[in-house]
Write a protein that binds this ligand. Structure first.
Ligand code: GLU
Length: 312
């Protein structure tokens, strides 16, 4: 038998990485279940990471973990928290800075919105206002006490990734923020550093993050880190086509339990939305076939069912 360390390196891993901003809703639980199914059905480890550098609600991470556990998901090794990994992000930023791939940006959100998008840049991309600031202009802005964010000096306009559900996907790459003005490392950087350093080679997450993926894969390539396999899965939306939220009724596990449902019944609803009859993740795993996954979002109806969009 190979030593545990070798197993660690060769088996690869999937993960679920919630932001502890509140309770997980059915859409989040469904994505977590899918990430677990993808990992377990391919013999990978399954890791849990709490992306707690932003949007932290006290107690939310603990409730999220308890809910994942209650629906029968398990994970390998200790839960990793981004707040404990700051030196790793600093090191990555230093490497990019040493390669001349960063610059300070003093723009406020309003200034960015008001500036026209760069003539040949992608929609919504940072228009490059601070990219060419002279040393004097930079010193002046610093002296004004403006907090500087650190941006990537991107040398590509777009980047292609391959996604299990979406195939080849090419998307814009711009001067993403690496460190925010308040000193916090930015999500697009931390996710790349963590996934690579944790040995995660399979990223399954909501397809709202698909447009950010070329940026992340590009950043990984600049840092000499491998890019994971991606599967961006459809979200659960409400009947108006918006992301699920509290106002949509019984959306969390706690809500469902309060209505008298058991965790198994909640898993059965999630499983049914994936086209399976099962009331535990392990039962689902026996039949799970990623090729059968629909690409359209799922709708939670007013009576709390999940059904494919397009259903009458
Ligand atoms: N923490 C991020 C979120 O909950 C997701 C990160 C990821 O899966 O890459 O939106």
């Amino acid at each position: 038998m190979p030593p545990a360390d070798a197993d660690h390196l060769t088996r690869g891993a999937g993960r679920y990485a919630p932001s502890p901003s509140g309770d997980l809703h059915l859409g989040n639980l469904r994505t977590a279940l899918l990430a677990w199914l993808f990992a377990r059905s391919t013999g990978r480890r399954f890791l849990l990471r709490i992306d707690d550098l932003d949007r932290v609600r006290p107690g939310a991470a603990e409730r999220q973990l308890a809910d994942l556990n209650a629906i029968g998901l398990d994970w390998d090794g200790p839960v990793v928290r981004q707040s404990e990994r700051l030196p790793h992000y600093d090191a990555a930023i230093e490497r990019l800075a040493a390669a001349g791939l960063t610059y300070e940006c003093f723009c406020t959100r309003r200034e960015i919105q008001q500036a026209a998008t760069a003539p040949h840049g992608p929609m919504g991309a940072y228009p490059g206002i601070c990219r060419t600031l002279s040393a004097e202009a930079r010193a002046r802005r610093r002296a004004e006490g403006r907090p500087a964010a650190l941006r990537l000096r991107a040398v590509a306009a777009d980047f292609e990734i391959t996604d299990e559900l979406h195939g080849r996907y090419r998307g814009p790459v711009d001067d993403v923020v690496l460190r925010r003005g308040d000193g916090t490392p930015a999500y697009n950087l931390t996710v790349v550093v963590d996934d690579a350093e944790q040995g995660i080679d399979q990223v399954v997450r909501g397809d709202d993050l698909l447009p950010s993926t070329p940026r992340q894969a590009y950043l990984a390539s600049l840092l000499g880190l491998p890019s994971p396999h991606y599967a961006h899965v459809p979200l659960v939306l409400n009947e108006n086509g918006q992301r699920l939220a509290k106002r949509d009724g019984a959306v969390t596990l706690a809500d469902r339990l309060a209505l008298g449902n058991t965790p198994e019944q909640v898993v059965a609803v999630l499983a049914e939305s994936l086209g399976y009859a099962a009331s535990t993740p392990s039962q689902l795993l026996e039949h799970f076939d990623p090729a059968r996954l629909p690409k359209e979002p799922w709708i939670m109806t007013a009576d709390g069912l999940l059904q494919p969009s397009g259903c009458p």
